[in-house]
Ligand binder design. Structure first.
Ligand SMILES: [Zn+2]
Length: 223
């Protein structure tokens, strides 16, 4: 039965590779196979509000870094975005505002759609979650966000990004434009900055304007 096992290994390997590069195949293959596969995990980071004043991040650079998974991939400027089912209207409004801040830059173009229709395009899912409690470093978590990159399937050397951004509705401080902008920043490929003037500073500063270095990094990703 050695040959049988070998074929099975090849089959599973083939399917998992296929799944890794083609988001559409997730749908096609279906529930049962999905549980066997390692689906690329979304790269999530958080933004916090300080509740203990001693939490400080030392300024070492003004630079707004690019998320490692995005670096080196070419991404198209167009994104479709949609909301998860349970997103309350006030939260949607905050996301709409944050999206318009990005669209005003004319670096990326985020288009609203009722639900995800085309897996072969860049898309962003906005959602809410409810997580109480403070972190070890005396902060509370306001949101999560990150890109999910499928390399080499977008055609013409482009990768596809299916990112997600969520706000923690446990805290009213989360339902803010600055927090939504930060999480969208992650989805689009921005990493945490040490600069307090950046929207990517990991502790919310209430910024609703991009720093020059934020713009530089966005230009770098979406040239
Ligand atoms: Zn963050």
């Amino acid at each position: 039965m050695k040959w049988f096992r070998r074929i099975l290994v090849l089959l599973v390997l083939g399917l998992s590779l296929n799944m890794f590069v083609q988001p559409n195949s997730v749908k096609v293959i279906g529930e049962r196979i999905r549980s066997l596969m390692v689906i690329p995990t979304i790269f999530k980071t958080e933004i916090n509000a300080t509740i203990a004043s001693q939490t400080a991040i030392k300024d070492t650079s003004d630079n707004t870094p690019i998320e490692t998974v995005v670096n080196g991939n070419r991404l198209k400027r167009q994104y479709n975005y949609y909301f998860a089912k349970n997103v309350p209207i006030p939260v949607k409004k905050v996301f709409f505002k944050a999206v318009s801040k990005y669209n005003q830059l004319h670096i990326v173009k985020l288009n609203y759609e009722k639900k995800a229709l085309d897996n072969q395009k860049n898309q962003i899912k906005f959602y809410v979650y409810d997580k109480p409690g403070e972190n070890d470093n005396g902060t509370i978590e306001l949101g999560l966000g990150g890109p999910q990159i499928y390399p080499l399937i977008g055609g013409n050397g482009f990768a596809i990004n299916h990112g997600e951004a969520g706000l923690n509705i446990q805290y009213t401080e989360s339902i803010q434009e600055s927090v939504a902008m930060h999480e969208i920043g992650h989805v689009l490929g921005l990493d945490h900055s040490y600069s307090r003037s950046s929207i990517m500073y990991p502790i919310d500063q209430g910024h609703t304007n991009f720093s020059p270095m934020d713009l530089k990094a966005l230009h770098e990703i979406y040239k």
